[in-house]
Ligand binder design. Structure first.
Ligand code: GDP
Ligand code: MG
Length: 726
């Protein structure tokens, strides 16, 4: 006897746990491909169960089956055309109301549907009590509780699916989603119109077809035309009459009225099956939302929170930053005394400690920033921020939801790009990933602080703010550009989920903060350490350099002449002379260091690439710094530290002073900041882009686009600035 074949499709909202359940059911026997003609992932797997051969298909996650997005069309077409034996609707039990919209639509399509109330654990922990028997009775659908990530309920799910496939279908489909009388009348009339013209040509459930025709569903109307030939026009005309009748009655499009009625129906189900222990919380949340998502005060409050976040990050972060800074200084001066003078000592102090140290001092800022972001997320405010930003994000052709990864991008682009996973549409995801790197991450901040601090004095804060703003503006422009060219597509209407507010748990805040900061620390131990070592090595070698002058004897000469003057001087004059002498010696040492840097391997590389950066006002040292910054943007600062020979004088403004005396102009500094803001994402970000878009192509595209944009913008700033300045 050959085993009986059954096809089971998994439908459900995004994040309802479909893929998890799919994996539970199929284990490793999966086939991953794309749905024909579109780049929506298709997963299939085969399992044997109780003498059946089951083919399980993971449908794209959708909130409804109106043909607005590719995902919805793919899921609906599959159910209509491939006619799976059973459709399991994976319902997020902790979010029953939202999930039921898709559920009612599946019921209307008249496929054999089974509800899996997944996330049963979350629902329980939130105190939600769902009356599964009532739900099953109201919709005449079998209901099974599951916990996907614990692999619970899978056995029952399969059993019920098989039982449903084997049951008498006509008995199952008694209950309907009911509409108001006028609509029900129109539905029966349309059913008759289709019936008169031989229902067999349209292979779908007749009530469903009638409803879709009343809703003016483009796909169904075109299928009618295609199947019924020349009488199709007539049919559609009759249906239009019914539509017009309803439009006249309700003063609104039938599809809108019917959607409203479906929600009414769902609200009714919720009243019946959901115990009200959570109702109070929901009410409190609604009241808070009256203020926080208010049309007038919502936005200012949001801006205030963002401002407070940055304020906290930088002002509170300054204290631990200073502690770490002194700790590092202490360590290197200790090592300077403890170790014998040799190349290893230089390597340790100037390479490793200076390099990693110049970056690790930003750890407190990053911890605070990520703490704030975790706070936004865990309280539920992040969803409101997304809601508020929705209108603005639509300028780019994205949803408010894409704003979350972008906001996180201010911390670090890597977790930000990972956060774009929550976006279900592939195009939205790719677009968000491509514009996130223009959100200036915390790694770029040290560069701005140094450059703006050196060249803009009291205006540094404003300049840095403008740089951030430039990043945001360019991400909007880029978004629009890509949306209308490479990633074309309308943004599908979408239900913005507003979970109830919650008092965050310290533990989970800490975990969220730590998870993301860990990436920063890993970068420290990996890319940045290696980058610093490479930079130091290239600048320390070759060891022996033939200098253009004999610096040692020059120093000796200077000292001799000052000592000669000191013999005849008074004590007061002596100390003045001593100071002058120190300065002169220092100047010679600096120019020796500068010559050595110029003749090192690093210097030679810098000279080669200098022509590329000359038009944007950056000299060879800056060029090398930018080159190394590709590993991680923080390295720009440490490379500048090494190359501008700033380690000669141990004060905290050393690098700033060295930059000013190197002949860099403030316009050039501004151009450099712009370049650092925009040019290619760091290694870690690139690998995240590669991973999340699953494509080398987008990664390479991101490198070329951002670097080109950076150069052009920096060029405009530098040349434009010079013209205005001159
Ligand atoms: P999909 O978008 O519907 O494919 O959802 P996924 O299968 O990717 O699941 C989304 C997230 O929910 C994952 O992190 C899962 O581990 C988690 N998840 C799935 N089922 C359950 C469940 O029953 N309980 C809980 N607590 N988490 C679940
Ligand atoms: Mg999935």
């Amino acid at each position: 006897m050959t085993p009986k074949q059954l096809t089971i499709a998994l439908a459900g909202n995004p994040n309802s746990g479909k893929t998890t359940i799919f994996n539970n059911l199929t284990g490793t026997r999966q086939k991953v491909g794309n749905w024909p003609g579109v780049t929506v992932e298709k997963k299939e797997g085969n399992v044997k169960h109780a003498g059946y051969d089951l083919k399980i298909v993971d449908l794209p996650g959708t909130y409804s089956l109106t043909p607005f997005s590719i995902e919805e069309i793919v899921a609906r077409d599959y159910i209509l055309e491939e006619r799976p034996d059973v459709v399991i609707d994976i319902i997020d039990a902790s979010n029953l109301e939202r999930s039921l919209y898709l559920a009612t639509q599946l019921r209307e399509i008249d496929c054999s549907v089974l509800f899996a109330l997944n996330m049963a654990d979350v629902a329980r922990s939130r105190g939600l009590k769902i009356d599964d028997r009532k739900l099953s009775e109201l919709l005449a659908v079998p209901v099974v509780f599951t916990v996907g990530n614990k692999n619970k309920g899978m056995e029952t799910l399969l059993e019920q699916a098989i039982a449903l496939a084997e049951s008498d279908r006509s008995a199952v489909q008694k209950r309907k989603v009911k509409y108001s009388k006028d609509i029900e009348d129109a539905i029966s009339k349309v059913e008759k119109i289709i019936g008169n013209h031989n229902a067999g040509v349209i292979p779908y459930n007749i009530r469903w077809t009638a409803i879709k025709l009343l809703e003016n569903d483009k796909i169904v109307t075109s299928r009618i035309l295609e199947k019924t030939g020349n009488i199709g026009e007539k049919i559609l005309e009759d249906i239009d009459n019914q539509r017009n009748f309803l439009i006249d009655r309700f003063d609104d499009d039938p599809e809108i009225v019917m959607t409203d009625e479906r929600y009414g129906f769902i609200a009714g189900i919720i009243m019946e099956v959901l115990a009200s222990s959570t109702k109070q919380r929901v009410d409190i949340s609604r009241n808070i939302d009256l203020v926080l998502t208010n049309r007038f005060v919502g936005f200012p409050i949001f801006i205030f929170f963002i401002w407070a976040m940055f304020q906290l990050t930088f002002s509170l972060g300054a204290y631990p930053m200073n502690w770490i800074d002194s700790g590092i200084k202490l360590l290197s001066s200790f090592l300077a005394q403890a170790l014998p003078n040799n190349i290893f000592k230089d390597f340790l102090i100037q390479g490793v400690i200076a390099g990693v140290g110049s970056v690790i001092i930003f750890l407190p800022n990053i911890l605070i920033l990520f703490f704030c972001i975790a706070l936004f997320e865990d309280t539920g405010y992040m969803a409101r921020a997304a809601f508020l930003m929705d209108k603005i994000m639509h300028l780019i052709g994205l949803h408010g939801k894409s704003f979350i990864p972008m906001l996180m991008g201010f911390g670090c682009n890597v977790p930000a790009i990972m956060a774009s996973r929550t976006l279900e549409s592939e195009k939205d995801r790719t677009l968000t990933i491509l514009i996130t790197p223009f959100m200036s991450c915390s790694a770029r901040l040290p560069v701005y602080i140094i450059l703006a601090g050196a060249f803009f004095g009291a205006k540094a804060g404003t300049v840095i703010f403008c740089i951030y703003l430039l990043g945001i503006v360019l991400s909007i422009i880029t978004g629009r550009l890509f949306r209308s060219t490479l990633l074309r597509g309308a943004d599908a209407p979408f239900v913005m989920e507003l979970p109830p507010y919650r008092i965050p748990m310290i533990k989970s805040l800490m975990i969220h903060m730590w998870d993301r900061s860990k990436i920063f620390l890993k970068k420290m131990g990996g890319y940045i350490l290696i980058g610093s070592i490479v930079v130091w090595t290239l600048s320390a070698f070759p060891l022996h350099i033939s200098y253009s002058k004999d610096y040692a004897s020059e120093i000796e000469q200077v000292q001799r002449s000052y000592h000669a003057q000191m013999i005849a001087a008074t004590d007061a004059e002596k100390s003045v002379l001593q100071q002058k002498m120190d300065l002169a010696v220092d100047r010679i040492i600096r120019s020796q260091a500068a010559e050595r840097a110029e003749k090192s391997y690093m210097g030679r590389i810098g000279k080669i690439i200098e022509p590329v950066f000359a038009p944007i006002g950056i000299d060879w040292r800056g060029s090398v710094a930018l080159l190394t910054g590709f590993v991680a943007k923080e390295i720009v600062v440490s490379t500048m530290g090494i190359l501008y020979a700033a380690d000669q004088k141990k004060d905290s403004k050393a690098l700033e002073n060295a930059l000013v005396s190197s002949g860099m102009t403030s316009i050039a500094a501004l151009a450099m900041m712009v370049f650092v803001l925009l040019y290619m994402p760091c290694l870690a970000t690139l690998s995240a882009i590669r991973r999340e878009t699953a494509s080398l192509k987008w990664m390479i595209f991101s490198i070329s686009y951002s670097t080109m944009l950076a150069w052009i913008m920096a060029f405009l700033v530098y040349q434009g600035g010079n013209i205005i300045g001159a």
